[in-house]
Design a protein around this ligand. Structure first.
Ligand SMILES: C[S@@+](CC[C@H](N)C(=O)[O-])C[C@H]1O[C@@H](n2cnc3c(N)ncnc32)[C@H](O)[C@@H]1O
Ligand code: SF4
Length: 459
């Protein structure tokens, strides 16, 4: 039995506070509006940078709404909206290439949503065709796509494989019929298995399954059944998200009744049960919500300290410039974050007039870059080497972070981390509480610049 991660109640009480998920640092609420000058600066940095590209395409459409959904979606049966949207994605790509990025190689492509498989086969062909016309691909480039198994059509998986997609991420959440009913997402074990088996037959090299805990009617007993069913499907990676229930911001979530939600104690029991069952079944706990087989690229990248974290979650593809295409998508270079317009009409208007759709973002100061580097090491590698820091920034880590290190005494005593002469090592309990550790290095959580948003609970 793996009890390494089972943290005591007193630590849960102390540390289960609201905090960022650190898919970026500085976190998105700290960013501000961007003007066209900042956007030009971002493109110029992209053009100069020798790093390969990671392209994220946001496809916001879904046919039906799952009532838990917190993603950026538009529910529609009108396919014309997607057809029109694709013409703007193509324009945005052309505009991007006009900044002299044509020399860049693509290391990674990710289609997220919404439900990317809402697009017709020919629309996928147009987008991939345009990317191949404008850029070249690295030999082992990853082409990943999020798929809702309930809404794919006959032959669609074959089409995706033929276009070069080689990673699949399937939404699932829970197999229990009562839970599925309550969240308007009916998805059988059979249809999920069919997609995983087909992906393997078609040569996809990796399959991810998304689960959620904290959904209505979930109990520890029902979740044990789902966890075993999931393990029997043998995915390469697993995500287990804590359900973010925000009915005031997301009115469709009002279909979920608070009295049906499991209490905090049950949610934690489910979370620790999942860690135990998944690690027993040969998965490694990557951190936050992610698990991967020990042979998977994610686990290998973590061991060799190449793992990265961006707004899509953990990624084995570090050292890339991330460019977001489409509404709400986020780009990231060494010194910028840039997020596109969230509203579809505004996005389309911006692309039509200037080709620039950036709305919010930030240019990182040196202190931001130093703290971003630090947080990435802690949250991805669970290890930070002072010498590596000195090489990267020409500064002494213990001197730069004297106040922060002096304040870590309680975490050392509680067994969350080890503070060596030349390193910080995060221990198993610290892995569960890694957001709390990162918060100690976040310069924006207190004072005037503290964002006014309420972050989710850290456990
Ligand atoms: C864009 S969605 C999934 C892609 C695809 N549309 C599907 O549903 O299969 C990505 C994942 O985000 C997670 N998610 C969605 N809403 C959430 C919420 N309110 N709280 C936590 N995780 C959520 C779900 O696990 C979901 O599979
Ligand atoms: S979970 Fe997926 S399919 Fe369901 S509404 Fe959200 S994005 Fe659409």
């Amino acid at each position: 039995m793996n009890h390494d991660y089972q943290i005591p109640d007193r630590l849960i009480q102390k540390y289960n506070v609201n905090g960022p998920r650190y898919t970026s640092y500085p976190t998105a609420p700290v960013w501000g509006p961007v003007d066209s000058q900042t956007q030009h600066g971002w493109f110029l940095e992209l053009a100069k940078s020798p790093r390969p590209l990671s392209l994220y395409f946001h496809i916001p459409f879904c046919q039906e709404r799952c009532s838990y959904c917190g993603c950026n979606t538009m529910i529609t049966q009108n396919h014309g909206k997607a057809t029109e949207y694709v013409t703007y994605l193509l324009k945005e790509l052309d505009h991007l290439a006009s900044y002299g990025l044509g020399h860049k190689q693509v290391r990674q492509i990710h289609f997220g949503g919404g439900t990317p498989t809402f697009l017709k086969d020919e629309e996928f062909g147009q987008i991939l065709g345009k990317v191949r016309e404008l850029f070249s691909f690295e030999p082992n480039a990853e082409l990943a796509i999020e798929v809702d198994p309930c809404s794919t059509h006959e032959g669609q998986m074959e089409m995706l494989a033929a276009l070069g997609f080689n990673r699949l991420s399937l939404g699932l959440q829970d197999f229990n019929p009562k839970v599925q009913q309550a969240v308007n997402r009916i998805q059988s074990l059979e249809i999920t298995k069919k997609h995983i088996d087909l992906a393997r037959t078609l040569g996809f090299s990796g399959v991810n399954l998304d689960l959620m805990y904290g959904l209505p009617h979930q109990t520890l007993e029902t979740m044990k059944v789902t966890l075993d069913q999931v393990i029997s499907l043998n995915p390469d990676r697993l995500a287990l998200y804590n359900f973010a229930y925000l009915p005031e911001q997301l009115p469709h979530q009002k279909l979920i009744h608070p009295e049906d939600l499991p209490d905090e104690k049950t949610k934690l029991a489910i979370f620790f049960e999942a860690i135990q069952r998944f690690t027993q079944a040969g998965y490694e706990y990557i951190g936050m919500d992610h698990f991967a087989k020990s042979t998977d690229e994610l686990s290998v990248a973590q061991k060799s300290r190449q793992l990265y974290r961006n707004f899509m979650g953990y990624s084995p593809k570090s050292g890339v410039d991330l460019v977001g295409v489409g509404i709400t998508s986020i780009g990231e270079t060494e010194t910028y974050f840039l997020q596109n317009e969230k509203s579809l009409p505004e996005y389309q208007k911006a692309i039509a007039t200037s080709g620039l759709a950036g709305k919010r973002g930030i240019q990182l100061s040196l202190d931001d870059r130093i703290r971003k580097w630090t947080i990435i090491r802690l949250i991805c590698h669970f290890y930070l080497d002072f010498e590596e820091f000195a090489q990267a920034f020409g500064q002494d880590f213990p001197t730069y972070f004297k106040t922060e290190l002096d304040g870590l005494g309680d975490m050392v005593e509680e067994g969350l981390l080890e503070l060596g002469a030349g390193h910080i090592q995060v221990k198993p309990w610290g892995k569960i509480l890694v957001r709390n550790i990162c918060m100690r290095f976040d310069a924006y959580l207190t004072g005037k610049e503290a964002p006014k948003v309420k972050f989710s609970k850290t456990i």
